[in-house]
Write a protein that binds this ligand. Structure first.
Ligand SMILES: O=P(O)(O)O[C@H]1O[C@H](CO)[C@@H](O)[C@H]1O
Ligand SMILES: O=c1cc[nH]c(=O)[nH]1
Length: 235
């Protein structure tokens, strides 16, 4: 086992979905995977391995924010040799034409996290999705008739911030689509170890209008996101 994951070598597949919420990991495993085993309960951050359309795949909760996902992604890569990592998360829309329930593929992730600046000595590294995974996800979404958005998202170090609209309006002016809290760390760590990474996000609320999804709607639209991620992972 690694420091935060109670799995043996080989318990985790080389492809993995990464929701922030560990209960979303459980939902994905129970709803979409077959022959499921739970390999992790450490800190309640559930991890499961099963099969999807005959292919072995895992799903692991990451918690919220850059420090938390960075722990799981580092251990999944360094201790369990995971190759393809796809975050499946929620986000808040920053553009008028991005609607609640839309699914976004994060091509890149702007951030206020200090993580990359610490690594690169102050340079603004540009974390990017793996092109092959991004293309697979886009193609899968098109085949399913989804209106996927592709672009820049903001990985925020805080969910609550003073004068938030000042920053959000500036990000919107520069065409950032939505705000979430983990993608930048996933992309940067995956790049370091030459692994494939992508964040697929469902808009759960709209920052400008205040509109929110109901719990039921969230489940349905999350299903679109989850199926896009699963099909992209095995394509
Ligand atoms: O739905 P998840 O994957 O947790 O993602 C979003 O939701 C959390 C905030 O409520 C943050 O983790 C943010 O990135
Ligand atoms: O980080 C997040 C996630 C969903 N909605 C938000 O407003 N922020």
């Amino acid at each position: 086992m690694s420091t935060h994951i109670g799995a043996k070598k080989g318990d985790i597949a080389d492809k993995i979905l990464l929701p922030g919420d560990p209960l979303r990991a459980k939902y994905i495993a129970e709803t979409f995977l077959e022959d499921v085993t739970c390999y992790n309960e450490v800190r309640g951050m559930y991890g499961f391995t099963g099969t999807y359309k005959g292919e072995r795949i895992s799903v692991q909760g990451t918690g919220m924010g850059v420090p938390s996902i960075a722990i799981y992604v580092n251990e999944l890569i360094q201790e369990y040799d995971v190759q393809k990592l796809i975050r499946v998360g929620s986000c808040g829309a920053l553009q008028e034409d991005v609607k609640v329930r839309d699914v976004i593929l994060a091509q890149t992730a702007t951030t206020d996290s200090q993580m990359n600046r610490m690594v690169f000595g102050g340079i603004d590294y540009a974390p990017a999705a793996d092109f092959g995974l991004l293309k697979n996800a886009y193609d899968v979404g098109e085949e399913r008739g989804l209106n996927l958005r592709v672009g820049n998202v903001f990985t925020s170090d805080s969910f609550y911030r003073d004068n938030a609209m000042e920053l959000f309006n500036k990000l919107a002016e520069y065409n950032v689509l939505a705000v979430e809290m983990e993608a930048t760390a996933l992309y940067t760590i995956a790049a370091k170890y030459n692994r494939e990474a992508l964040a697929v996000l469902t808009v759960s609320d709209h920052i400008l209008s205040g509109e929110e999804t109901t719990a039921e709607e969230r489940q349905t639209t999350f299903n679109d996101m989850i199926e896009v991620a699963l099909d992209a992972a095995i394509k």
